[in-house]
Design a protein around this ligand. Structure first.
Ligand code: PLP
Length: 432
């Protein structure tokens, strides 16, 4: 087999694997062979927002042209360049029989720049859940210590703290959020007691796409000596994030949602101001700065990367770096603006359908590119698979907190035409 046909064979089978494991019917996918081999070859005309070539951006994604994927909040598809980076790195490292560990330092740097922090504050994980578990466990909370979380947390955002309650007798205090977004800081303030050790909250809730005032919550926590932990699964890649300005103790996110990174990638930010006060959850190769078994010496690295124990999946981590490059090529401000425009277009489209309630605040202060609706007097959870099957509209039913809603994610590959199709389909649903 020639080199290029072997590469074709590997890619083709990887892609087939991806699609076969999906719950969606098998969709005809494009090949990634037309992929540009370097990020610098991608040009979407981003100098002027109004001339950005969104169609060409859509071309970078493999899912079928007539499939209306509005579920980035659950899983972000990866563009060609990311898949290509992973495949090439996998092939190269298999040929050279190396793990390529040192190569991921470049990705630490890319991610740190993307979030405006330093590379030694960035650790790579498998997903947001893992990052949140590391954060929760590293605080060594004790019986009676209080943790504040909200009723809007994802199971992956809540479970790490519930596990601390089970294992160590920490107390989880549950708060209900204000759907308008306005009172959430005050609600958290009111819930704080002298036993509160952590406030853990979603930057963007998975339920209604509501944005929480992250900086204000973090400032409040710091003023009271309380740790702040942000679940950023829904915010990373959705809009610009300056973590230095927000300055939380922890921020954990997935790489495989709004950043469109490879599946099974995640990021954990640990503020350098606390790194010496917390112990890593796991220890092993790469977590130490000094190790001598004979003298039983082991010192942890003065870096968040002390959490990256053992052999890692270098190709997907490089793919995550490529995802950051991809977003940077478009510009994160442009990404955020596009999301808002699609949301606004959708809001306008359904404004004269009284049977539809919008559960997400409208203000940009309290929302971004994801929105949840509820069609009155309908089982919205049942509507979701129906719209998927009949109209090829893929959304996410929201069962959390008994919301009974439909969550719609507006991403860079979505178009105004798709939004119109969604609006018309909802009109039909309401009439039926
Ligand atoms: C707010 C929030 N937190 C955590 C998660 C879990 O993410 P992961 O599967 O990357 O751990 C999700 C997934 O949808 C989420 O929406």
């Amino acid at each position: 087999m020639s080199k290029s046909s072997r590469r074709h064979f590997i890619k083709k089978n990887i892609l087939n694997g991806l699609f076969l494991t999906s719950a969606i019917p098998l969709l005809k996918a494009d090949s990634i062979l037309e992929s540009k081999s370097s990020i610098t070859e991608l040009n979407f005309n981003t100098n002027d927002y109004n001339s950005i070539d969104w169609k060409q951006i859509r071309e970078q994604f493999l899912f079928a042209k007539d499939y209306h994927y509005l579920n980035t909040g659950s899983l972000g598809p990866s563009p060609r360049i990311v898949i290509d980076t992973v495949c090439k790195a996998m092939e190269r490292l298999e040929i050279s029989t190396n793990h390529g560990r040192h190569e991921i330092d470049e990705t630490h740097e890319k991610m740190a720049n993307f979030l405006n922090v330093t590379p030694d504050e960035i650790a790579f994980t498998r997903n947001a859940t893992e990052g949140l578990n590391i954060a929760a466990r590293s605080l060594r909370l004790k019986k009676g210590d209080e943790i504040i979380i909200s009723t809007h947390e994802h199971v992956g955002g809540a479970s790490p703290w519930l596990a601390l309650a089970k294992d160590f007798g920490a107390v989880v205090k549950l708060i209900d959020l204000d759907f308008s977004g306005k009172k959430n800081l005050q609600i958290i303030k009111d819930a704080i007691s002298d036993k509160t050790k952590v406030v853990a909250f979603s930057h963007i809730t998975c339920t209604t796409g509501m944005k929480l005032p992250a900086k204000e919550i973090v400032d409040l926590c710091r003023s009271k000596g309380i740790y702040s932990c942000i679940d950023g699964a829904q915010s990373l890649g959705m809009f610009p994030i300056d973590l230095r300005a927000i300055n939380p103790d922890f921020y954990a996110s997935s790489g495989h949602k709004w950043l469109f990174g490879p599946k099974g990638t995640g990021v954990l930010f640990i503020n350098k101001s606390i790194i010496e006060h917390i112990d890593p959850v796991f220890a092993g190769a790469y977590t130490d700065s000094q190790f001598d078994l004979n003298t039983l010496t082991m010192e942890y690295r003065h870096s968040a990367q002390r959490e990256e124990y053992g052999t890692r999946n270098t190709p997907i981590t490089l793919g995550l770096g490529s995802a950051v490059d991809f977003i940077n090529t478009i510009g994160i401000d442009n990404v955020a603006k596009r999301g808002r425009e699609l949301v606004t277009h959708f809001r306008k489209g359904i404004s004269n359908i009284p049977e539809i309630d919008i559960l997400t605040p409208e203000s940009e202060l309290y929302s971004a590119s994801m929105l949840t609706i509820r069609i009155k007097d309908k089982d919205n959870l049942k509507l979701n698979p129906t719209l998927n099957k009949e109209k090829k509209l893929r959304m996410r039913g929201i069962y959390e907190n008994n919301i009974n809603g439909l969550r719609i994610s507006f991403a860079i590959f979505n178009s105004f035409d798709e939004v119109d199709l969604l609006v018309n389909s909802l009109k039909d649903v309401v009439k039926a």
